[in-house]
Design a protein around this ligand. Structure first.
Ligand code: AMP
Length: 220
Protein backbone atom coordinates (compact mmCIF):
# COMPACT_ATOMS: atom_id res chain seq x y z
CA UNK A 1 0.00 0.00 0.00
CA UNK A 2 1.23 3.52 -0.79
CA UNK A 3 2.29 5.60 2.20
CA UNK A 4 0.61 9.03 2.23
CA UNK A 5 2.09 10.49 5.38
CA UNK A 6 1.34 13.81 7.09
CA UNK A 7 3.84 14.89 9.74
CA UNK A 8 2.03 17.08 12.22
CA UNK A 9 3.72 19.01 15.00
CA UNK A 10 4.87 22.43 16.17
CA UNK A 11 7.86 24.35 14.76
CA UNK A 12 11.20 22.72 15.68
CA UNK A 13 9.53 19.45 16.76
CA UNK A 14 11.93 17.64 14.43
CA UNK A 15 9.34 17.05 11.69
CA UNK A 16 11.69 18.04 8.86
CA UNK A 17 14.56 15.77 9.91
CA UNK A 18 12.23 12.84 10.54
CA UNK A 19 10.23 13.45 7.36
CA UNK A 20 13.43 13.28 5.29
CA UNK A 21 14.45 9.99 6.94
CA UNK A 22 11.12 8.28 6.42
CA UNK A 23 10.83 9.54 2.83
CA UNK A 24 14.26 8.07 2.07
CA UNK A 25 13.35 4.75 3.66
CA UNK A 26 10.07 4.41 1.77
CA UNK A 27 11.50 5.98 -1.43
CA UNK A 28 8.77 8.54 -1.67
CA UNK A 29 9.10 12.32 -2.04
CA UNK A 30 9.53 14.57 0.98
CA UNK A 31 7.26 17.55 0.38
CA UNK A 32 8.06 20.44 2.71
CA UNK A 33 5.86 23.46 2.01
CA UNK A 34 8.30 25.61 4.04
CA UNK A 35 11.19 24.51 1.76
CA UNK A 36 9.06 25.14 -1.34
CA UNK A 37 8.23 28.64 -0.12
CA UNK A 38 11.88 29.39 0.77
CA UNK A 39 12.85 28.33 -2.77
CA UNK A 40 10.11 30.56 -4.19
CA UNK A 41 11.43 33.49 -2.10
CA UNK A 42 14.98 32.84 -3.38
CA UNK A 43 13.77 32.64 -6.97
CA UNK A 44 11.66 35.78 -6.58
CA UNK A 45 8.50 34.18 -8.00
CA UNK A 46 5.10 35.87 -7.37
CA UNK A 47 4.33 33.33 -4.61
CA UNK A 48 7.75 33.96 -3.07
CA UNK A 49 7.24 37.71 -3.12
CA UNK A 50 3.84 37.35 -1.45
CA UNK A 51 5.14 34.88 1.16
CA UNK A 52 8.39 36.57 2.22
CA UNK A 53 7.12 39.11 4.75
CA UNK A 54 4.58 36.68 6.21
CA UNK A 55 7.27 34.04 6.73
CA UNK A 56 9.68 36.48 8.33
CA UNK A 57 6.92 37.53 10.76
CA UNK A 58 6.02 33.90 11.61
CA UNK A 59 2.53 34.24 10.05
CA UNK A 60 0.83 31.76 7.74
CA UNK A 61 0.65 32.13 3.97
CA UNK A 62 -2.99 32.06 2.75
CA UNK A 63 -4.86 28.78 2.49
CA UNK A 64 -5.69 29.40 -1.20
CA UNK A 65 -2.04 29.78 -2.15
CA UNK A 66 -0.90 26.79 -0.09
CA UNK A 67 -3.67 24.49 -1.31
CA UNK A 68 -2.78 25.44 -4.91
CA UNK A 69 0.93 24.71 -4.32
CA UNK A 70 0.20 21.30 -2.77
CA UNK A 71 -2.43 20.36 -5.36
CA UNK A 72 0.11 20.93 -8.14
CA UNK A 73 2.82 19.02 -6.29
CA UNK A 74 0.59 16.00 -5.58
CA UNK A 75 -0.40 15.90 -9.28
CA UNK A 76 3.18 15.00 -10.18
CA UNK A 77 3.71 11.28 -10.97
CA UNK A 78 6.44 10.77 -8.36
CA UNK A 79 3.75 10.86 -5.62
CA UNK A 80 1.97 7.77 -6.98
CA UNK A 81 3.58 5.46 -4.41
CA UNK A 82 3.01 8.02 -1.69
CA UNK A 83 4.59 11.11 -0.13
CA UNK A 84 5.61 12.65 3.17
CA UNK A 85 3.98 16.03 3.73
CA UNK A 86 5.93 18.25 6.13
CA UNK A 87 4.35 21.58 7.12
CA UNK A 88 1.02 20.98 5.38
CA UNK A 89 -1.80 21.01 6.35
CA UNK A 90 -1.53 23.81 8.92
CA UNK A 91 -5.20 24.82 9.12
CA UNK A 92 -8.51 22.95 9.14
CA UNK A 93 -9.27 24.46 5.69
CA UNK A 94 -6.01 22.98 4.34
CA UNK A 95 -6.79 19.59 5.95
CA UNK A 96 -10.26 19.53 4.41
CA UNK A 97 -8.79 20.41 1.00
CA UNK A 98 -6.18 17.64 1.36
CA UNK A 99 -8.90 15.08 2.10
CA UNK A 100 -10.57 16.25 -1.12
CA UNK A 101 -7.32 15.84 -3.08
CA UNK A 102 -6.82 12.26 -1.83
CA UNK A 103 -9.80 10.87 -3.78
CA UNK A 104 -9.21 7.16 -4.46
CA UNK A 105 -5.61 7.20 -3.17
CA UNK A 106 -4.66 5.17 -0.10
CA UNK A 107 -5.69 6.84 3.17
CA UNK A 108 -3.64 9.48 4.93
CA UNK A 109 -1.44 8.34 7.78
CA UNK A 110 -1.06 11.19 10.29
CA UNK A 111 1.83 11.19 12.77
CA UNK A 112 1.80 13.89 15.43
CA UNK A 113 5.28 14.64 16.82
CA UNK A 114 4.63 15.76 20.41
CA UNK A 115 7.19 18.06 22.10
CA UNK A 116 6.64 20.41 25.09
CA UNK A 117 6.54 24.14 24.21
CA UNK A 118 9.51 25.16 26.41
CA UNK A 119 11.78 22.66 24.61
CA UNK A 120 10.73 24.04 21.21
CA UNK A 121 11.88 27.64 21.72
CA UNK A 122 15.33 26.52 22.87
CA UNK A 123 15.62 24.09 19.95
CA UNK A 124 14.44 26.52 17.26
CA UNK A 125 16.73 29.31 18.41
CA UNK A 126 19.74 26.96 18.38
CA UNK A 127 18.90 25.34 15.04
CA UNK A 128 21.20 25.70 12.02
CA UNK A 129 20.85 24.38 8.46
CA UNK A 130 23.76 23.42 6.20
CA UNK A 131 24.01 25.68 3.15
CA UNK A 132 25.28 22.80 1.02
CA UNK A 133 23.48 19.58 2.01
CA UNK A 134 20.48 20.80 4.04
CA UNK A 135 21.38 18.88 7.22
CA UNK A 136 19.66 20.42 10.23
CA UNK A 137 21.62 20.47 13.49
CA UNK A 138 21.22 21.88 16.98
CA UNK A 139 24.80 21.06 17.97
CA UNK A 140 26.96 24.14 18.55
CA UNK A 141 29.11 23.27 15.53
CA UNK A 142 30.95 25.79 13.39
CA UNK A 143 30.37 23.63 10.31
CA UNK A 144 28.01 20.91 9.08
CA UNK A 145 28.54 17.53 10.84
CA UNK A 146 27.64 15.72 7.57
CA UNK A 147 29.58 17.53 4.85
CA UNK A 148 31.54 20.33 6.54
CA UNK A 149 29.52 23.04 4.75
CA UNK A 150 28.67 26.40 6.30
CA UNK A 151 25.77 26.47 8.79
CA UNK A 152 23.10 29.16 8.40
CA UNK A 153 20.33 30.27 10.74
CA UNK A 154 16.86 30.63 9.27
CA UNK A 155 15.61 34.21 9.50
CA UNK A 156 12.46 33.05 11.32
CA UNK A 157 14.39 31.05 13.95
CA UNK A 158 14.97 33.98 16.34
CA UNK A 159 13.14 33.96 19.66
CA UNK A 160 10.48 36.59 18.91
CA UNK A 161 9.41 34.97 15.63
CA UNK A 162 9.57 31.46 17.10
CA UNK A 163 7.16 32.54 19.86
CA UNK A 164 4.80 33.98 17.22
CA UNK A 165 5.03 30.74 15.20
CA UNK A 166 4.13 28.78 18.35
CA UNK A 167 1.14 31.08 18.98
CA UNK A 168 0.01 30.55 15.37
CA UNK A 169 0.49 26.80 15.80
CA UNK A 170 -1.69 26.72 18.92
CA UNK A 171 -4.41 28.81 17.28
CA UNK A 172 -4.52 27.45 13.73
CA UNK A 173 -2.76 24.07 13.60
CA UNK A 174 -3.39 22.43 16.99
CA UNK A 175 -7.11 22.02 16.04
CA UNK A 176 -5.92 19.52 13.41
CA UNK A 177 -5.15 17.06 16.20
CA UNK A 178 -8.88 16.96 16.95
CA UNK A 179 -9.64 16.89 13.23
CA UNK A 180 -7.56 13.72 12.77
CA UNK A 181 -7.60 12.11 16.23
CA UNK A 182 -10.52 9.76 15.70
CA UNK A 183 -9.06 8.23 12.52
CA UNK A 184 -7.53 4.77 13.00
CA UNK A 185 -4.48 5.95 11.01
CA UNK A 186 -3.67 8.79 13.47
CA UNK A 187 -0.61 8.10 15.65
CA UNK A 188 0.98 10.40 18.28
CA UNK A 189 4.74 9.95 18.82
CA UNK A 190 6.97 11.30 21.63
CA UNK A 191 9.31 13.77 19.90
CA UNK A 192 11.17 14.70 23.08
CA UNK A 193 13.84 11.97 22.80
CA UNK A 194 17.00 11.54 20.73
CA UNK A 195 16.42 11.67 16.93
CA UNK A 196 17.14 7.94 16.45
CA UNK A 197 14.55 7.01 19.07
CA UNK A 198 12.00 9.34 17.46
CA UNK A 199 12.73 7.75 14.06
CA UNK A 200 12.14 4.26 15.50
CA UNK A 201 8.88 5.39 17.10
CA UNK A 202 7.72 6.95 13.82
CA UNK A 203 8.57 3.81 11.83
CA UNK A 204 6.53 1.77 14.30
CA UNK A 205 3.64 4.26 14.18
CA UNK A 206 3.62 4.18 10.37
CA UNK A 207 3.63 0.37 10.22
CA UNK A 208 0.80 0.19 12.77
CA UNK A 209 -1.24 2.75 10.82
CA UNK A 210 -0.68 0.93 7.50
CA UNK A 211 -1.71 -2.41 9.04
CA UNK A 212 -4.81 -0.80 10.51
CA UNK A 213 -5.68 0.74 7.13
CA UNK A 214 -5.12 -2.58 5.32
CA UNK A 215 -7.33 -4.44 7.80
CA UNK A 216 -10.05 -1.80 7.50
CA UNK A 217 -9.75 -2.02 3.70
CA UNK A 218 -10.24 -5.82 3.77
CA UNK A 219 -13.36 -5.40 5.89
CA UNK A 220 -14.98 -3.04 3.35
P1 AMP B 1 8.24 25.58 8.01
O1 AMP B 1 9.53 25.42 7.28
O2 AMP B 1 7.28 24.43 7.79
O3 AMP B 1 8.41 25.92 9.46
O4 AMP B 1 7.51 26.85 7.33
C1 AMP B 1 8.10 28.14 7.36
C2 AMP B 1 7.03 29.20 7.10
O5 AMP B 1 6.45 28.99 5.81
C3 AMP B 1 5.85 29.20 8.07
O6 AMP B 1 6.11 29.89 9.26
C4 AMP B 1 4.78 29.87 7.22
O7 AMP B 1 5.02 31.28 7.14
C5 AMP B 1 5.05 29.29 5.82
N1 AMP B 1 4.29 28.04 5.58
C6 AMP B 1 4.82 26.81 5.35
N2 AMP B 1 3.85 25.90 5.15
C7 AMP B 1 2.67 26.58 5.27
C8 AMP B 1 1.31 26.19 5.19
N3 AMP B 1 0.94 24.91 4.98
N4 AMP B 1 0.37 27.15 5.36
C9 AMP B 1 0.71 28.44 5.58
N5 AMP B 1 1.97 28.87 5.68
C10 AMP B 1 2.97 27.95 5.52
Amino acid sequence: MALNLVMLGPPAAGKGTQAKTIAREYRIPHISTGDMLREAVQAGTPIGLAAKALMEAGKLVSDDVMIGVVRERLDRPDTREGFVLDGFPRTVAQATALDGLMGPRAPLVVVEVVVPAEVLVARACGRRTCRDCGTITTDANASCPTCGGALLQRRDDCEEVVRERLRVYERDTRPLVDYYRRRPTFQPVDGNQPPDAVATAIRHAVETALETAATAGRRV
